[in-house]
Design a protein around this ligand. Structure first.
Ligand SMILES: Nc1ncnc2c1ncn2[C@@H]1O[C@H](COP(=O)(O)OP(=O)(O)O)[C@@H](O)[C@H]1O
Ligand SMILES: [Mg+2]
Length: 235
């Protein structure tokens, strides 16, 4: 692909104390592309999302968004530029209603005129608009957390293990939702353990093992790669 990538990581490193959690991580994401990010527990998937979305700062390397370095920017500025994420453990405002959660997010994002009703319909929570977020089920909280990110009008949406604990019908619905977002031009990095699910939404995966990139390519080839196999058996 010749066009300028939407996102580029160049040699990104992150340590927590003495522990190297990300080591020379480099990859690119094109607009509207879905990239799967997989790896054993503790391999650095969430940390990768955290450094891209500004929750943590990378210690080394560069993160370029639309060609500009963004690794020092705070979360709200990144959201305004078009980077947002959902959380492995959903972070919604429990004491606000579902609709208010979406409205608050829309107010900080770049999506002037984001339509809360459309987002609520898209995430399947239209009927719960007036419900307090704290009384939703965990799965509904995950959808609201995704909706909160969507309400900021992302160009790049980072999705952290949204599939865990969902039944096949719910997973099918999310696969459809995510591919629909990509079709609208939103790029997605999707962290997921459920490889069948991932296979429904993308061909392209990046595999992390102990903070290093072990593999980049098709999901099919990943499962045949000796480093990938060793990391999963070892992990
Ligand atoms: N805030 C933190 N402080 C210290 N260590 C952390 C922190 N966040 C993550 N880690 C460590 O970094 C490693 C990678 O974690 P994480 O990115 O959450 O992995 P994954 O999402 O792939 O399971 C783990 O060893 C984890 O314990
Ligand atoms: Mg994680």
């Amino acid at each position: 692909m010749a066009s300028e990538p939407l996102l580029r990581l160049e040699g990104v490193g992150k340590k927590f104390g003495l522990l190297t959690v990300l080591n020379e991580v480099s990859f690119s994401v094109q607009p509207g592309e879905i990239v799967g990010l997989v790896g054993p527990n503790g391999s650095g998937k969430t940390t990768t999302i955290n450094v891209i979305s500004g929750v943590h700062q990378a210690d080394s390397g560069q993160i370029l968004f639309e060609g500009q370095p963004v690794q020092r920017l705070p979360i709200f500025k990144l959201a305004r530029l078009g980077i947002n994420r959902s959380f492995q453990v959903p972070k919604t405002f429990h004491e606000l209603t579902v609709r208010e959660n979406i409205e608050v997010a829309a107010a900080i994002g770049r999506a002037r005129g984001a339509d809360p009703a459309a987002i609520l319909a898209e995430i399947g929570l239209a009927e719960q608009a007036g419900t307090l977020a704290g009384s939703l089920t965990v799965n509904q909280q995950k959808m609201l957390d995704l909706g909160r990110a969507l309400a900021t009008g992302p160009k790049l949406l980072l999705v952290d293990e949204i599939g865990a604990g969902l039944n096949p019908a719910e997973l099918g619905g999310i696969a459809q939702l995510l591919t629909g977002l990509a079709a609208r031009g939103i790029a997605l990095i999707v962290v997921e353990h459920l490889l069948d699910f991932l296979g429904k939404i993308t061909e392209r995966v990046i595999v992390l093992g102990a903070g290093k990139m072990l593999f980049e390519g098709s999901l099919q080839n990943a499962s045949r790669d000796p480093d990938v196999v060793a990391a999963f058996i070892g992990g």
